[in-house]
Design a protein around this ligand. Sequence first.
Ligand code: CA
Length: 229
Amino acid sequence: MAKRILVVEDEANIVRTVRLYIEKAGFEVDWATDGTQGLAAFRRNNPTLVLLDLNLPGKLDGLDVCRTLRSESNIPIIMLTARSEETDRLIGLELGADDYITKPFSPREVVARIRTVLRRIEQPDVVLESLEVADIKINLGSRIATISGKPIELTRMEFDLLAALMRSPGRVFSRAHLLEHVLDTPFYEGYERTIDQHVKNLRQKLEPGPRQPKYILTVRGVGYKIVDG
Ligand code: CA
């Protein structure tokens, strides 16, 4: 059965082009022009992924939709944003969106990103393995993370990022490396902020004092590492 992509976007010409390419790539496409319709289509049609415009007409904007989707499911969300919406974009990532694409974009890029996000969630962890750094434990098979025995809720990207750091405690990872090898996103100028946002989210969930992290440390001018606290 073809996978279904839900596009929530009010600009008909964008949808027309994107739809053509997504269908050519073998997906089915649903289209909603505002947030209310988008949520209804999500609940009705059980899509595999949502492409979500941030700037939507009507009562619910893209961030409202993102928040509601996240409260109901783990569905991958790729946000479509304008350059001027940077703050919103960061909020979106904070709310648990998986990725974003900045307008204007090429439809090919959209298809590539959809494939990347789907690949990332479909990769089975072949070896069941757990990792431990200080009080943090993760199980790569069940994808459960705990701190001092208490489970913590992580988004897919947060989990993958944490797992990468925990595989090599003390090793400094550059943002570019984390983007390309962990989040499987090509490195573009400005995208490092995506990593910063995910790290910020992780710290909020893991660190006793997120402003003075003791596990995930920033290495100035380079990137991040995890240490034993
Ligand atoms: Ca719009």
